[in-house]
Design a protein around this ligand. Structure first.
Ligand SMILES: [Zn+2]
Ligand SMILES: [Zn+2]
Length: 149
């Protein structure tokens, strides 16, 4: 059985990218990889702070930027205040709630491997195609239904 790319050995990933697999990097990556919320740096910092009191927000922020540069994690969603990240590097789709900004993974074969139309080359070179489903999540629609009553 082949391992999904999302669960590859982090130490190996670091080595391949010329990064030292430090304890802090490992914890930051794990926190991101184990979350399905596509958290931003602040959220990851808050979660790790308890078990790693020496960790600073700045380190988390910079580490995620380095991971992104190296292609170890991907930016997820466009948030007004903070960049959010995704450790799943295999092709998948996102459901995005336009009310609360929730991002959940969706894997739908029909939307994988899509090609950009030729006309796009006039605008720029396409590196990847991502499908995003936008709508209102369960929680937000429940809230809205309650408010109407
Ligand atoms: Zn929502
Ligand atoms: Zn994702």
């Amino acid at each position: 059985m082949s391992k999904p790319v999302g669960s590859v050995d982090f130490a190996l990933v670091c080595r391949l990218n010329g990064l030292k697999a430090t304890h802090q990097r490992m914890e930051i990556y794990r926190e991101l990889a184990e979350s399905n919320e596509h958290p931003d740096a602040g959220t990851i910092y808050m979660r790790l702070r308890k078990k790693m009191p020496s960790l600073s927000f700045d380190t988390v922020y910079r580490t995620l930027r380095v991971f992104e540069e190296k292609g170890i994690v991907a930016p997820a969603g466009i948030s007004k205040d903070a960049q959010r990240y995704d450790a799943k590097m295999y092709e998948h789709q996102h459901f995005v709630c336009v009310k609360c900004g929730l991002i959940r993974d969706v894997l739908c074969e029909a939307f994988c491997g899509l090609k950009a139309p030729d006309s796009i080359s006039e605008i720029g070179e396409t590196h990847s195609v991502r499908v995003e489903f936008r709508g209102v999540c369960e929680k937000c629609s429940e809230k809205r239904a309650k408010e109407k009553k």
